[in-house]
Design a protein around this ligand. Structure first.
Ligand SMILES: [Mn+2]
Length: 355
């Protein structure tokens, strides 16, 4: 079980708060270990409370070891619990709380002012604990096994959806909780769609096929992309692949503590620009990965935070040419004290699948 109460408690001091109320599912799980769908975590200087309703009290008692479990109902609500605790300044998730909750809290809280946490929990989550890294590595390992299998499975005549379904079934049989996002299988001209979720399209000889997928293991996500060709590649397909691979490897090799996401993005972008394909790389270079498949840090032009050991990020440049096709190559990477370690180990050699 992964609990980060101590890390969160430091924020009380830092932000001059009396309590922190969390209910975004990934933040709640990060702090308490709770995997259910409803509940609040309330952290104060002295207490760690898990507040939920009848459906989840038993589960919370098992999962939220070290927490006081409080059951709420129609007669004892979350605002009653907060009022009992007397918390003049309460940190809340302003980017997750609904307007309805805001109105209710404003109306019912007696001596409590709500203070926006401004993404503080998301920032904490961007640096992974060894427990988290182990789980992400496991998710990445399942995805690697799946890639090998998909190279055997994929053949002309299958629909993209057949490929996506087989991929999901394989990963779940290997122990994945679920997919980390809807699998992208984009073939032929559709491969120019950066987020082309699998469709009814039949994959054909000569198609480039982009597989972008990941699974969740013990709550933690993986994310990887490979592009292959069915049969022999033509010269333009090879050229684009090599440009993207060079951008991917060069930006990857620049990873070290202190460099920013924007600097990494610029390294990849310059290579693609110099090759003449700059206009076809319209998205950011990468993103953080953890309990969510897209989380901090930003690895794009907005990424002004120096990256730190323990962050897990993707590096995924791409070139997408309308009516022709596209290539994206994505690795999942752990930032280490001395540089980086790649967690997605599938080959990046250009694969011309024998058919
Ligand atoms: Mn990604």
């Amino acid at each position: 079980m992964n609990k980060n109460v101590g890390r969160v408690r430091l924020l009380l001091e830092e932000k001059n708060l009396d309590g922190i109320l969390i209910h975004k599912p990934e933040n709640r799980r990060y702090i308490s270990g709770f995997t259910g769908s409803t509940g609040y975590v309330l952290i104060t200087k002295t207490d760690a409370k898990f507040i939920t309703d009848f459906r989840y009290t038993e589960q919370a008692t098992v999962q939220c070891d070290g927490f006081e479990i409080i059951e709420i109902s129609s007669t004892k609500t979350i605002t009653d619990v907060i009022n009992e605790s007397v918390l003049p300044r309460l940190g809340v998730e302003e980017d997750f709380m609904t307007y309805g909750e805001f109105i209710k809290f404003t109306d019912k809280l007696v001596e409590t002012d709500m203070v926006p946490l401004e993404g503080a929990i998301l920032e904490l989550r961007s640096i992974k604990t060894p427990y988290e890294i182990k789980n992400i590595e496991k998710a990445a390992g399942i995805a690697d096994e799946a890639f090998k299998y998909m190279l055997e499975f994929t053949k002309p005549g299958l629909a993209e959806l057949d490929i996506a379904l087989e991929l999901e079934f394989f990963m779940r049989k290997k122990g994945a909780d679920k997919l980390s996002f809807e699998t992208i299988v984009a073939s032929g001209a559709r491969s120019s769609l950066p987020h082309g979720v699998a469709s009814n399209k039949i994959v054909e000889v000569g198609d480039m096929v982009t597989l972008d997928y990941g699974c969740v293991y013990n709550g933690y996500c993986s994310d990887m992309t490979r592009t292959i060709v069915l049969g022999k590649a033509d010269d333009k397909q090879k050229e684009i692949y090599n440009v993207v691979l060079k951008a991917q490897k060069t930006s990857l090799e620049a990873i070290r503590p202190g460099i920013t996401g924007a600097e990494l993005d610029a390294i990849a972008r310059r290579i693609i620009d110099d090759s003449g394909y700059g206009q076809y790389f319209g998205h950011g270079l990468g993103h953080g990965v953890g309990l969510e498949v897209h989380e901090l840090p930003h690895i794009n032009t907005r990424g002004d935070v120096p990256i730190q050991p323990g962050m897990v990020i993707t590096i995924e440049p791409g070139v997408y040419i309308p009516d022709f096709g596209g290539v994206r190559i994505e690795d999942l990477v752990l930032v280490t004290d001395s540089g980086y370690r790649i967690l997605s180990k599938s080959t990046k050699n250009f694969i011309e699948l024998a058919i």
